[in-house]
Structures are given as structure tokens and as C-alpha cells.
Ligand binder design. Structure first.
Ligand code: RFL
Ligand code: PHB
Length: 384
């Protein structure tokens, strides 16, 4: 088989890239290791920036998001129980959309007409610096696809980044000594907006998926196991980290999903090696505190799609040559913001009393300064 672009990975990055290319008449084949149901069962992000909303519209996959997604004009912050609201609309005239990553994925899967090969095993990349091709095994039979370019959209653990020779990439990484324990529950959100809470016992987040479904997270030390957290234990811990009124109002219930995600900051540079482009979590990871991961995946593939469309349409390599530098400029700003939100809201084992006073001062400065709030609002709703 031959195609123009092989896309490895059918997460949001791969599906969006494939959709933008097919709209422009550029051929692609998506290779995904898992089944569609498995991909749709992974509970992850919930907050879309305006740029991601616009991109879903451009992809012709935005109708359900506009019908069912929740527009949020602000966000709640809490520090040791003191509450404050950041009003995005009043501060900078922008908003975010609360719409689950599973739903984004479902809508993009439905929009795609070109081939996707799910349950493709042993995906391997070959000759990425020359005449690239990808091999895989489907139903026990080895297959080969030759192509012009490969888009590595296969997440942090995928084969694309790993296939590059030693020394081809510079890696920048920070691993945080804690994770997020998240639960999903069929109960209405405790408030109509999200709440990010700093507490001496650790960070907590009240999020949501719909008017009847909520998502909550608490910071847990590394090495913790979800199985050791009964629902009762989770709710008791969460209540202690919230302000008393919110803790009192919390609509608790049996969890329908419970998992732990580690926190890490990571960037690989550059994002291009020969005919291979990296995009989304394959190239970078942010801790989820800034709600940036999915949005960065979207902005990467918007740039990459336009670069590839320009290559085929105008026979110009300007876009693909600039992709890495262009995408990295945005990526590092999101890395900074995610690191900053993480540093402000979490407790760190090495932070003594001095560090906690600094965190408190940072919070007090934020809630007392319109400039600081505008900065948070601008970053959270998405830098242009
Ligand atoms: P994905 O979603 O990981 O998709 C990669 C796909 O590649 C497939 N794959 C392979 N396919 C073929 N062969 C192989 N050998 C393969 N190996 C892997 C995988 O099966 C998968 O289908 O990466 P992508 O597309 O780059 O998308 C990135 C986002 O998923 C990620 O950044 C976000 O979920 C991060 N994130 C959040 N981002 C936000 O913008 N806002 C949020 O509110 C937010 N909250 C979160 C998050 C991530 C979390 N976790 C669990 C990491 C909350 C959490 C808890
Ligand atoms: C979520 O709803 O899963 C979510 C929301 C905001 C974040 C991270 C995760 O910052």
C-alpha cells in the first residue's frame, strides 16, 4: 500500500490531523494500536481553548460540542479554604469550553472518511530520513505502507519518538513527585465552574463533564495505587481540601471510573527528523494543572496540517521547514504556564514553611492584582 501521510496514533492529535488533511484532499492512513472502544474509554482532558473549539468547527466536527459543551466564563481558585474567582470574560473577553476529550475523539472518529486501521500491532517506522515506510501486523499478517511523510501522533509511549537515533533529539524533563487520583461520578457538578484548590494536605480539583456528570482529582504521593482508595476515602480527603461551603455542598456518589495519572513536564526538540514529524504527547507532556495537553496537541496538528497542505498545494517546503520552531515557541509557553499552575497549587515534599509562605504570597498577589489575573486568564483560555 502507498499513501501520502501515515499517521501513527488515533488520539486527538492523529484524528484531527487526518481530518484536516482529508478536507484538503491530502491522503492519509491512521494506524492505531488499540480498538476504537479502548481509545474512547480513556478518561482524560475536559477543557478546550477557543483555538481548539475553532479547529473542531473547521474540521466539521463541532456541532455536538456546541450543543452539549459548557461555556465557562471563569474559574474558581481556593487557597487553604479562601475562595476567589477569575472572571475570564470581564478580564480579557475570552472563555473556555468544557467538553470531554472522549467526546472530541468520538466526533473526530465519526467525521473521518479515509481509512483508519485499529488494532495494528508492532507498528515500526523505517527509513524516516529517506524513503519512509511503516510496517505493522494486522490479524496476524505483516503489512507495509510506503509514504511521503510520517506523523508521529502516538502519545508519550509510542514508537515514533523512540525510533529516532540516539542524539537526534534534545530532551527536557521534570518529573513531579506526585500524581493525580481522578474519579468520574454521575452527580451534578458542585459548582457551575471548575475549582482549583491548594491545601496543606495537597491539591484538589473540582471539574465536570456535563450537568449530570462530574470529575474530581486529588494530589496523591507517587507510588499510590487507585485500588487503595475506596470512594469513601476519596470523598473524605477531597472534602478536607476544599473550602467548608463547597465541602458541605459536594454531591457525592459511587465512582464510575478511578485512576491515577503521574505528573510530568517534558519536551523533545526538534519536532522534525527527516520525513517524520512529532505532534501532541509524542513530542511533549505538560502536567494537567493548566489544562493544556489536549489543546497543545490541537495547535501542533493545526500547524502541521497547514504545512503539509502547503507542501502538496504550492510545492513549498517553507511550512514544513518552519513547523518545529513555530510549534515549539507555543509549546514552551504552555510548559511554563502548566509548571507555574502546578507549583502554585500543589504541595511539594521539599517545600518547607518558607516555600508555603511564598505560595501563599503568590496567591495573595494574584487575587489582589488585575494584571496577574489577566495573565492567568490569557494563559488559561489560550495564547494566540
Ligand atoms: P494520546 O491521546 O495519548 O493518543 C496517542 C494514540 O497513539 C496510540 N499509540 C499507538 N498507535 C499505534 N502503535 C503504537 N505502538 C502506539 N502507541 C500508542 C495510543 O493508543 C493513542 O490512541 O496523544 P495525543 O493525540 O497527542 O493527545 C494528547 C492528549 O491526550 C493529552 O495531552 C491530554 O489528555 C492531557 N490532559 C489534558 N489536556 C487538556 O488540554 N486539558 C485537560 O483538561 C487535560 N486533562 C489530561 C488531563 C491528561 C490526563 N492524563 C490521564 C494523562 C487529565 C488527565 C488525568
Ligand atoms: C478534567 O476535567 O479532566 C480536567 C480539567 C481541568 C484540568 C485538568 C483536567 O486542569
Amino acid at each position: 500500500m502507498r499513501t501520502q501521510i501515515v499517521i501513527v496514533g488515533a488520539g486527538p492529535a492523529g484524528l484531527m490531523l487526518g481530518r484536516l488533511l482529508e478536507q484538503a484532499g491530502v491522503e492519509s492512513v491512521i494506524l492505531e494500536r488499540r480498538s476504537p472502544d479502548y481509545v474512547l474509554g480513556r478518561i482524560r482532558a475536559g477543557v478546550l481553548e477557543q483555538g481548539s473549539v475553532d479547529l473542531l468547527d473547521r474540521a466539521g466536527a463541532g456541532a455536538r460540542m456546541h450543543a452539549e459543551g459548557l461555556v465557562h466564563e471563569g474559574v474558581g481558585l481556593s487557597f487553604d479554604g479562601d475562595r476567589h474567582r477569575i472572571d475570564f470574560s470581564a478580564l480579557i473577553g475570552r472563555q473556555v469550553m468544557v467538553y470531554g476529550q472522549t467526546e472530541v475523539t468520538r466526533d473526530l472518529m465519526a467525521a473521518r472518511q479515509a481509512p483508519s486501521i485499529y488494532e495494528a500491532e508492532n507498528v515500526e517506522l523505517h527509513d524516516v530520513d529517506g524513503a519512509p515506510w511503516v510496517s505493522y501486523v494486522k490479524d496476524g499478517v505483516s503489512q507495509r505502507i510506503d509514504c511521503d511523510f510520517i506523523a508521529g501522533c502516538d502519545g508519550f509511549h509510542g514508537p515514533s519518538r523512540a525510533s529516532l537515533p540516539e542524539g537526534a533529539l534534545s530532551l527536557f524533563e521534570r518529573v513531579y513527585p506526585f500524581g493525580w487520583l481522578g474519579i468520574l461520578v454521575d452527580r451534578p457538578p458542585v459548582e457551575h465552574e471548575l475549582i482549583y484548590a491548594h491545601h496543606a494536605r495537597g491539591f484538589a480539583l473540582c471539574s465536570q463533564r456535563s450537568p449530570s456528570r462530574s470529575r474530581y482529582y486529588i494530589q496523591v504521593p507517587e507510588g499510590e495505587r487507585a485500588a487503595d482508595w475506596s470512594d469513601t476515602r476519596f470523598w473524605d480527603e477531597l472534602r478536607q481540601r476544599l473550602d467548608p461551603a463547597t465541602a458541605e455542598a459536594l454531591p457525592t456518589g459511587p465512582s464510575i471510573e478511578k485512576s491515577i495519572a503521574p505528573l510530568r513536564s517534558f519536551v523533545a526538540e526538534p519536532l522534525r527528523f527527516g520525513k517524520l514529524f512529532l505532534a501532541g504527547d509524542a513530542a511533549h507532556i505538560v502536567p494537567p494543572t493548566g489544562a493544556k495537553g489536549l489543546n497543545l496537541a490541537m495547535s501542533d496538528v493545526a500547524l502541521l496540517a497547514d504545512a503539509l497542505i502547503e507542501f502538496y498545494g504550492e510545492k513549498s517546503t517553507a511550512g514544513i521547514d518552519a513547523y518545529s520552531a513555530h510549534a515549539l515557541a507555543r509549546i514552551w509557553k504552555a510548559e511554563r504556564f502548566s509548571w507555574w499552575m502546578t507549583s502554585l497549587f500543589h504541595t511539594f515534599p521539599e517545600t518547607g514553611p518558607f516555600g508555603r509562605r511564598i505560595q501563599r504570597a503568590e496567591f495573595d498577589y494574584l487575587v489582589g492584582s488585575v494584571a496577574a489575573q489577566q495573565s492567568l486568564a490569557e494563559n488559561y483560555t489560550g495564547l494566540r
